[in-house]
Design a protein around this ligand. Structure first.
Ligand SMILES: Cc1cc2nc3c(=O)[nH]c(=O)nc-3n(C[C@H](O)[C@H](O)[C@H](O)COP(=O)(O)O)c2cc1C
Length: 191
């Protein structure tokens, strides 16, 4: 090894502290007329079309049973005004409480799935399980996004990014480097 290196060793188990995968999100489900919501940090976009995302939702979550039973959920993206609520939602279970009532969230009907949208979130992605072959080994569900509802009117637009330890980074300055994206112009579309 290079004795002069200024870099220290970090345990590979801390990968999640370094590779932040995107904004912290809420996942809603509904089963037998009962809606629930959980917090999720482990997710990634997999492909553009059809739009697929990967989400890790473990059997310790009450939401897991609802997701596997119905095959449907909504990924709702909160902004910084909901920060404390987002953490609290991920620290209690729908097994014992109605989290929509507890946290004052407004459930709105989705178009394509039984799980509700959350009105207080800037975006709601209606999803259906496309592939659950990795769920048994990794709790990884591949979801297809069927519809998106986006709140264009709201003022607060800053996402929250989980640093893995209960601290969060809030979206800050936006760098506009679109003119350098010469190979990827097709993806420069307005929402
Ligand atoms: C910041 C944060 C991120 C989380 N990320 C995930 C995740 O990616 N996957 C997961 O299964 N649980 C995750 N959790 C835990 C669930 O949100 C938590 O177990 C929740 O209580 C599940 O609710 P439920 O039992 O009503 O489904 C996270 C919790 C917090 C606070």
């Amino acid at each position: 090894m290079d004795e002069g290196s200024a870099m220290k060793d970090v345990e590979p188990s801390k990968t999640y502290r370094l590779l932040e995968s995107g904004p912290i999100v809420l996942v809603t489900t509904a089963r037998d007329g009962r809606a629930n919501v959980m917090t999720m940090g482990f997710h990634m976009v997999i492909q553009h079309g059809p739009p697929l995302i990967g989400c890790v939702i473990g059997p310790w979550d009450f939401s897991h049973a609802a997701l596997t039973a119905t095959g449907e959920c909504v990924i709702a993206i909160p902004t910084v005004d909901l920060a404390r609520t987002v953490v609290d939602i991920g620290n209690c279970s729908g097994r014992s409480i109605d989290k929509f009532a507890r946290f004052g969230l407004t459930a709105e009907p989705a178009r394509m799935v039984g799980a509700p949208l959350i009105r207080e979130c800037i975006a709601n992605l209606e999803c259906r399980i496309a592939d659950d072959r990795l769920a048994a080994d990794y709790n990884l569900f591949i979801l297809e996004v069927l519809a998106i509802r986006y709140d264009d009117a709201r003022e607060e637009r800053r996402y929250l990014h989980h640093n893995g330890d209960g601290t969060f980074t809030v979206d800050g300055r936006t760098l506009d480097l679109r003119e350098r994206m010469v190979q990827w112009k097709a993806f420069q579309v307005e929402l």
